[in-house]
Design a protein around this ligand. Structure first.
Ligand code: HEC
Ligand code: HEC
Ligand code: HEC
Ligand code: HEC
Ligand code: HEC
Length: 222
């Protein structure tokens, strides 16, 4: 029998196979890197808004509580974005003529809501509910970061499934007194672990939270 594949063809074949394997590995690494990167998770990215609303100014500077504007955060699935008249309780008196606020005045005059561009959202097939998290004392800052330091709002956490699951499987360290959820700075609490170590574990018992069931698919995919 004459040899169909010469020795050198065999070497080529091996080299091609090796290359193919390398390309596939590189591809997997690239996709993995992309999924974790801020491009995919949108962490830290701000968006153009109809009005350059500053949480830093209104929350930290003026001391307005989150619930003044996000009125349904304690009672419903959605936190809710503020209706124009909420801005106007103040802006009919301060900065009344400011060009920056023209879209707000126009929205009130025409009775059409401002079209904010969302930065914090999960896909439609995921069920999320604010009220239960607030009732159990998961603070806003855990999921949304230091919004009081954001002149323009950006997403603070990746909102990927793994992120939700990490807390659902061990919620105790994230629980705080529910009447304090809108507080942004917890450094005094975090700096006294000896005082607060027991709190989360006690609350998990008191609320009857069952971490072993909180990662059931049907909790978030209904
Ligand atoms: C409780 C009162 C209050 C409410 C409610 C309020 N603002 Fe303001 N806002 C202020 C004050 C006071 C200033 C700043 C004046 C200054 O610079 O000292 C301000 C400033 C601003 C500015 C100028 C840029 C800046 O941040 O300095 C914009 C834009 C603005 N507000 C938009 C809004 C929008 C949009 C809403 C509704 C979602 C809103 N505000 C609700 C009191 C309020
Ligand atoms: C004076 C009104 C006001 C107050 C007080 C306020 N917000 Fe907001 N918030 C807004 C407005 C207006 C938007 C939409 C524009 C933007 O994204 O900046 C918004 C957007 C957000 C978003 C992004 C929603 C999305 O998907 O785009 C988050 C998260 C948020 N606020 C959290 C908070 C938290 C946490 C607090 C309290 C620490 C707070 N806000 C206090 C008015 C307010
Ligand atoms: C356990 C994490 C978690 C906590 C705690 C939390 N949020 Fe959210 N928030 C989310 C997620 C996830 C979304 C996206 C929901 C969606 O796309 O339906 C969101 C969306 C929002 C939005 C967008 C608009 C809307 O109607 O939902 C606002 C505003 C907001 N959150 C404010 C708050 C405020 C204020 C608090 C504290 C009082 C808070 N959130 C606490 C995870 C959280
Ligand atoms: C920092 C902690 C934390 C994070 C992050 C978190 N959760 Fe939760 N979640 C909780 C706690 C605590 C409860 C209350 C469980 C209870 O009372 O049984 C809860 C409850 C829920 C419930 C209601 C369960 C029920 O029995 O009705 C849903 C739905 C939910 N979470 C969805 C999500 C989704 C989706 C995400 C991610 C986008 C998320 N959660 C992120 C802590 C968290
Ligand atoms: C605590 C909430 C939560 C639970 C429990 C949960 N998921 Fe998810 N899931 C999410 C979120 C949030 C996303 C959106 C991820 C994103 O946008 O990157 C998601 C996305 C997905 C996707 C889309 C592909 C992907 O990975 O992005 C699939 C498939 C999925 N989940 C399957 C499941 C299965 C199967 C279970 C049960 C073993 C489960 N999930 C339990 C929150 C949850």
């Amino acid at each position: 029998m004459p040899q169909i594949f010469t020795a050198s063809a065999d070497t080529w074949l091996r080299a091609m196979l090796l290359l193919a394997v390398l390309v596939i590995c590189a591809g997997i690494l690239l996709i993995g890197g992309y999924m974790d990167s801020s491009y995919a998770t949108l962490v830290g990215w701000v968006r153009d808004q109809p009005v350059p609303f500053s949480h830093e100014h209104h929350v930290r500077g003026l001391g307005i509580d989150c619930r003044y504007c996000h009125t349904s955060v304690e009672i419903g699935p959605q936190a809710g974005l503020p209706a124009t008249h909420i801005c106007m309780t103040c802006h009919s008196q301060v900065w009344t003529g400011a060009p920056m606020l023209a879209p707000v005045r126009e929205s009130l005059a025409k009775d059409t809501p401002l079209q904010w561009h969302r930065v914090a959202r999960v896909p439609d097939y995921v069920y999320f509910n604010h009220s239960i998290h607030i009732a159990r004392g998961v603070p806003c800052v855990t999921c949304h970061g230091r919004v009081d330091q954001m002149p323009l709002l950006a997403r603070a956490e990746p909102f990927q499934m793994q992120w939700c699951l990490d807390c659902h499987r061990n919620p105790a360290p994230n629980l705080r007194p529910p009447d304090q959820v809108t507080r942004m700075d917890w450094s005094d609490w975090d700096n006294h672990p000896e005082q607060h170590k027991e709190y989360g574990a006690l609350m998990v018992k008191a609320y009857g939270i069952e971490p072993s069931k909180l990662d059931d698919c049907s909790i978030c995919h209904r």
